[in-house]
Design a protein around this ligand. Structure first.
Ligand code: SAH
Ligand code: SF4
Length: 361
């Protein structure tokens, strides 16, 4: 059993079954999420018989490191993990705001140091967006809540050695978080827990392809987690050509669900926009998008496409990207461009895992 799959009440009931005093569960919990112990031996305040039992019954490391890559400027590390069933997932650490950080980042967050993790929620993805390396892989399986949490803990342990913490988590790695709703929410609860890692809900962001019922459910739950919607097109036919999900949920329905979310939570929605040369980056498209988003508490996050093997589209160049942003801004829609980081290490979601499985063929 993967220990990170347990919430505190489940851990308590396991320990009760083992006839251990109730306070042991909290002790183990704090060891896992505050002291970031990675092996049973490190729990030195526990009796050795309990440590032995933990070693026999629990798994502490749900994956092996298949490979990792640092970007040339060392700001970005991508790790490819192999799960026990052979599936591959990846997570990326991005360091922002260091004194030497001169990379382009037009967001208004200033220079505060951030350690942002981009983590996976599924092995592969069923949504089939044509420009996405994970979509090109197809769906393998959902990750358990513990497999999601363990990606954060892995990097948290690494950062701790340098006296640092994970400051933000974005669910923008492989997979569609709202297609694995329950496990993602329990992972969020575990990371957020006041006796655990204490990562603030506002420091987490879920990005979804736009699954309407789940957006509404998420709104009803009134979570403080940020919401991003991958839109990428302002017209249903154009969206359908690159995102099969648009057959099921049209842009209007997605935007209606976003309105509902904003009414319920008073929180701003982010729309993700991968700029594809000549496809969705013209001033005309920007105008259409602005018309659709008028009056909505939102902002657009534009990122030039990260080219992938299975899709012929190209990234928009800097000049065209700027023109797109300017057009949106003039129409009253706040917009930022994020120039892709870690492009030299294939940091786009699913790209490393895609490359590996192609090598195996
Ligand atoms: N499934 C979720 C979250 C994972 S994808 C979603 O689709 O929102 C995270 C983000 O990366 C999404 O906005 C997605 O559209 C974007 N993305 C995927 N492939 C990309 C690529 N090749 N270039 C740029 N952005 C990409
Ligand atoms: Fe899945 Fe998101 Fe990739 Fe689309 S962009 S295939 S939803 S991971």
């Amino acid at each position: 059993m993967l220990i990170y799959d347990l919430d505190l009440p489940s851990l308590e009931s396991v320990l009760e079954e083992w006839n251990e005093p109730a306070y042991r569960a909290k002790q183990i919990w704090q060891g896992l999420y505050q002291r970031l112990y990675s092996t049973p031996e490190q729990f030195s305040s526990l009796p050795s018989s309990l440590r032995d039992r933990m070693a026999r019954q629990f798994t502490f490391t749900p994956f092996t490191i298949r490979t990792y890559l640092d970007s040339s400027d060392k700001s970005t590390r991508k790790t490819l993990f192999q799960l026990p069933d052979g599936n591959l997932i990846e997570s990326v650490l991005m360091r922002y705001g260091d004194p030497a950080d001169e990379r382009e980042n037009t967001s208004a967050r200033g220079t505060k140091q951030r350690r942002t993790l981009c983590i996976s929620t599924q092995a592969g993805c069923a949504m089939g967006c044509v420009f996405c390396a994970t979509g090109q892989l197809g769906f393998k399986r959902n990750l358990s809540s513990g497999e999601i949490v363990a990606q954060v803990i892995y990097y948290a342990q690494m950062l701790k050695e340098q006296g640092e913490k994970v400051s933000n988590v974005v669910f923008m790695g492989m997979g569609e978080p709202f297609h694995n709703y329950e496990h993602v929410m329990s992972a969020i609860d575990r990371l957020n827990d006041a006796d655990g890692y204490k990562l603030g809900a506002r420091r987490m962001t879920i990005s979804t392809v736009g699954l309407v019922p789940q957006i509404r459910r998420f709104a009803d739950e009134q979570r403080q987690v940020n919401l991003a919607i991958s839109l990428h097109a302002a017209d249903d036919d154009e969206r359908l050509a690159i995102m099969p999900v648009n057959k099921r949920y049209k842009i209007d329905e997605v935007i209606e669900a976003c309105k509902y979310y904003i009414e319920k939570t008073h929180r701003r929605v982010t729309f993700e926009w991968a700029l594809i040369n000549g496809i969705n980056d013209t001033p005309d498209v920007a105008q259409k998008l602005a018309a659709r988003l008028q009056g909505l508490l939102c902002h657009v996050n534009a990122i030039p496409l990260n080219p992938t093997q299975g899709y012929h589209g190209e990234a928009t160049d800097r000049q065209r990207a700027q023109k797109f942003v300017d057009t949106l801004e003039q129409a009253g829609i706040p917009c930022t461009i994020r120039m892709r980081r870690g492009i030299d290490i294939n940091a786009g979601c699913g790209q490393l895992a895609g490359g590996e499985s192609q090598k195996k063929l």
